[in-house]
Design a protein around this ligand. Structure first.
Ligand code: DQA
Length: 150
């Protein structure tokens, strides 16, 4: 029986700088710490994670293109691209993989422009405003989606 537990955790523009961004909004965690904690959550859930971050939209798109046969699902925090990057939406759709959209902050309770997400309807769920914890929820949601149990 094949196991579907390979999760691609993709962070977009400016997420590598979260340790320098407003701690009241982003929690003050460094990006490395964020990734370590996600790795721990994944291990608890018996999921394999791979990480990718870039500040270049084309690189984000091209990385999505490479996931066929490599990943079973995606945790996606595109940062500000969430709100307008239609090319990322198209590339996500092309993967055909189940994805969960995650935001550290509550994007619906901030500026008006953050209320639009061009990827939301392609995702099986959106988790927002829960900081680091949101990634645990996203991973658990994908595990359920992949039929790997809970
Ligand atoms: C974010 C929310 C976006 O609006 C913002 O541009 C980010 C981070 C979040 O995780 O809360 O860079 O995706």
């Amino acid at each position: 029986m094949s196991v579907h537990n390979r999760i691609e955790v993709m962070h977009g523009v400016n997420l590598d700088q979260i340790g320098r961004r407003d701690p009241a909004i982003y929690g003050g965690l460094s990006f490395d710490e964020l990734q370590w904690r996600i790795e721990e959550y994944a291990a608890e859930l018996d999921l394999q994670v791979r990480f990718f971050q870039t500040n270049f939209e084309g690189a984000f798109v091209e990385h999505l293109h490479t996931l066929d046969g490599v990943s079973d699902a995606i945790v996606l925090n595109p940062g500000a691209w969430t709100h307008y990057a239609w090319a990322i939406r198209d590339a996500l759709e092309l993967t055909g993989l189940p994805a969960v959209e995650v935001h550290l902050s509550d994007v619906d309770a901030r500026e008006e422009f953050r209320r639009t997400s061009v990827v939301r309807d392609l995702c099986v769920a959106t988790v927002k405003g829960q900081g680091l914890e949101g990634y645990r929820e996203a991973l658990a949601r994908l595990k359920a989606e992949l039929g790997a149990g809970t």
